[in-house]
Design a protein around this ligand. Structure first.
Ligand code: ATP
Length: 300
């Protein structure tokens, strides 16, 4: 049984359709990203799966059950990252997580472990209301995971974090990924998708554009890779004549050649005597895949 099965879901607000015939299947143990521009419908979709909203059309199964009407026996099997307002703000970080653990029947040892794993040890005895936005965000993620849910929903957990806090949280999520929890993850950051997600669904204008692994999306991009060859500027004419090279330009750092196939290109460059020492390859990225598939620049 797949933990999340969404079929043909449609949703409108005041006559405006924000989800159009959405299908989404999340496999057990997958870290499944949902990405898309602002207003694509990500939060609406996730709330429908959680049972926080009713879909106007289509069907939803969460752990094999309908998420609505809400059933506390189903809710304890899932983890939902709370909004900041859901905190016991006058409690300390430890009191907060320990209370959540008790409510969900998780051990105090698990709460301790997450305080450490999340790097919250130094604010353990601080009141939640006095902690920084980043610390609260980490506490929100810890609160959602403390009872080892079968499905964990994280809706933009790194939003509003500075680069260091984001890096820490992503590193922590990467280790949580190893625990094999099924995760539904919305984000605006494509590098997080590449780092964390097994599968990603791109939503645009309320429609599913595609569902695939990040690497398959990047592999499907039609654009070339570029190779910077620092010592090869004098070889501009020689490389331009090679079949494997689609374009070549001179930059301040060296010769830049655009190629379809990096392996074949290196073989041909070597055979033509072009120096390749210190070469830097820049392949197409998930951002290129997004642009290919939606015709839009990705804005995080
Ligand atoms: N309760 C509501 N009433 C009316 N319109 C809504 C409501 N909630 C969301 N919308 C609209 O539905 C569309 C989809 O919103 P949603 O929050 O699901 O998108 P999102 O992809 O999560 O966006 P973001 O990346 O900005 O968080 C948006 O145009 C939004 O303004």
């Amino acid at each position: 049984m797949q933990p999340v099965v969404v079929l043909g879901v449609c949703q409108s607000y005041a006559g405006r359709q924000v989800l159009r015939d959405v299908d989404l299947v999340v496999e057990r143990g997958a870290f499944h990203g949902v990405i898309g521009p602002n207003g694509a419908g990500k939060t609406t979709l996730v709330e429908i799966i959680q049972g926080a909203r009713r879909a106007q059309a289509g069907s939803v199964e969460l752990l094999g059950r309908a998420p609505l009407p809400r059933d506390p026996r189903l809710l304890v099997r899932v983890g939902i990252q709370p909004q900041a307002t859901a905190f016991f703000s006058r409690a300390t970080v430890w009191e907060h997580l320990s209370a959540i653990a008790a409510i969900f029947g998780a051990s105090q040892a698990r709460a301790e472990q997450l305080i450490e794993a999340m790097g919250l040890g130094h604010v353990r005895n601080s009141r939640v209301e006095r902690t920084s936005g980043g610390e609260r965000q980490k506490l929100a993620v810890a609160s959602a995971m403390v009872h080892r849910p079968e499905v964990l929903f994280l809706d933009e957990p790194t939003a509003a974090l500075d680069a260091t806090a984001r890096h820490d949280l992503v590193a922590m999520l990467a280790s949580a990924r190893e625990e094999g929890t099924t995760v539904v993850y919305t984000t605006h950051h494509l590098e997080e998708v590449e780092r964390l997600c097994d599968v990603v669904t791109i939503l645009d204008g309320g429609r599913v554009v595609t569902t695939a692994s990040p690497s398959a999306l990047v592999a499907g991009v039609g654009s070339d890779a570029s190779v910077l060859l620092p010592g090869a500027v004098p070889y501009l004419e020689a490389v331009t004549g090679l079949d494997v090279v689609t374009a070549a330009t001179v930059s301040a750092d060296g010769l830049v050649v655009h190629v379809r196939d990096v392996g074949e290109a290196f073989a041909a460059l070597g055979a033509a005597g072009v120096p390749t020492a210190g070469a830097q390859v820049h392949g197409p990225t998930l951002e290129d895949a997004f642009m290919d598939l939606t015709g839009k620049e990705y804005e995080s």
